[in-house]
Design a protein around this ligand. Sequence first.
Ligand SMILES: Nc1nc2c(ncn2[C@@H]2O[C@H](COP(=O)(O)OP(=O)(O)OP(=O)(O)O)[C@@H](O)[C@H]2O)c(=O)[nH]1
Length: 622
Amino acid sequence: MPATSTNVPEPSRTDPDLLRNFCIIAHIDHGKSTLADRMLQITGVVDQRQMRAQYLDRMDIERERGITIKSQAVRLPWSPSEGEERSGTPHILNMIDTPGHVDFTYEVSRSLAACEGCVLLVDAAQGIEAQTLANLYLAMENDLTIIPVLNKIDLPAAQPEKFAAELANLVGCEPEDVLRVSAKTGVGVPELLNKVVREVPAPVGVKDAPARAMIFDSVYDAYRGVVTYVKVVDGTLRKRERIRMMSTGAAHELLEIGTNSPEMTAADGLSVGEVGYLITGVKDVRQSKVGDTITQLNNGATEALGGYKDPKPMVFSGLYPLDGSDYPELREALDKLQLNDAALVYEPETSAALGFGFRVGFLGLLHLEVVRERLEREFGLELIATAPNVVYQVDMEDGAQHEVTNPSEFPTGKIDKVHEPVVRATVLAPSEFIGAIMELCQTRRGTLLGMDYLSEDRVEIRYTLPLAEVVFDFFDQLKSKTRGYASLDYEPTGEQIADLVKVDILLHGDKVDAFSAICHKDKAYAYGVRLVGKLRELIPRQGFEVPIQAAIGSRVIARETVRAIRKDVLAKCYGGDISRKRKLLEKQKEGKKRMKMVGSVEVPQEAFIAVLSSDSDGDKKK
Ligand SMILES: Nc1nc2c(ncn2[C@@H]2O[C@H](COP(=O)(O)OP(=O)(O)OP(=O)(O)O)[C@@H](O)[C@H]2O)c(=O)[nH]1
């Protein structure tokens, strides 16, 4: 027993042998949250009256979109049913609900590190999808015991025999070992809980060692500050103890420690194998870093628990308030969101065209959409987002290197090489779509890595693709070319040298930074022509002729012209009555408000929104 500086009674420990830590992993929409709900209900943690759909998905936006963004851990009491080994013995199951979308793979990997086993959930009407595989591989990397389960067996379209065979083949078991459940009706869920007790190993750790707890999630709560979710691997953490974050050395007092069942329930402490929350009074999730190890300040552990990935922004976009005077509100809103989202990074930027705003880094496009929607919905902001772009590294001939997150900062001068990020993409689809998928990947500069048949009529196709080609509307295109049947997963695999150029747009001879884009050389021409054509439609005729040009460096690759009109609206009503004149003048003034002056040209807001919301290579969004 290590010496402690406080006189706190020994916390009531749960014998690690009676603990089971598991998570549910699945492809998006295969029913994780519904299964989690059913488990809450069946174990009696939430009673019928309190039950609402997707109990664990607390954010409004999560509930509306039906997706899980932040993972949550909850403690479930369960005694195996009659006839089972250990029947009647109360066990504690810690269930960690994980998000399923590609952008949040990072969160899945953290949650997995806190578990000894996982339920691999597959929709019995859909079969294995891309994220089923991606999650399974993550679980295998973490040495988790895998319990394969088919969900939605109540659906008339369910094909349990077919998919049980597919799943068994994948995880290496017999089809009879694949459990069949309906998260909706609850059928098979008690059997699943029994199986978790039977098959998931109890956590192992050293009871009498200095404490080591791994942070697997940090959430900002407006009332309580940062709530940190941990799994205690060794030793015991006690309330009011002084603790230390091992990566930064920062010391804090443990103001509260406890478990979620599912509401926060304070305890004296947490020990070996237990999963719970702690509150230290830190105000920002970045001070309680996911993946970090917590130990006691005095006589603490010397070696941190290993292995975590830092979230790295992959996609950048400029966010500007539609009304420039909302800039301070936008800053405040971003500050607030960042308290709860360690992956969100931003810095102020100014655009000649759009004014003051921020360059914001995201994990991927869904992350971008979620953040943007939260800014608009929760903070009432109206925003213009510039076209998303990836991070390029530009090597100059004189040896200088630049990291470019904003196309308008693409260097001029003698460029030696441009590096762009690439991903390894896995597409799963019925085999009839192989041709369409390959064609799409080919036009997106993909390189085929390999193809395998998962069953007679389903294939897994692997490609290396430039991330820039994936982040725009690749997924939409894939879905539409496969009638919604294909699923996609991707992971960054490094970078490649590519022939990339910056295309600028000039209005009346002035470069408009917000319209600049980085394109592959072969696609630059098409991009320029399309954008110039679109702008010509959107920019109203002005008092003078406005040439619109697309250029690479000083070379113009496309040009259109908006012809001049006489701006004097009063010309129409010479000699007319005065009230009509006044009305016309007022109308003209109102019209001006919605225009942005770019150099000497008036550009309507719609032009920025319409142009920037479409992708870079010609094929329009759905
Ligand atoms: N018929 C039927 N529908 C189900 C069952 N389980 C889940 N669903 C439905 O499937 C849809 C997706 O379920 P969710 O629980 O939100 O899926 P999820 O995997 O948590 O989704 P993400 O959190 O977005 O990854 C919802 O409309 C559920 O009502 C089931 O057993 N039977």
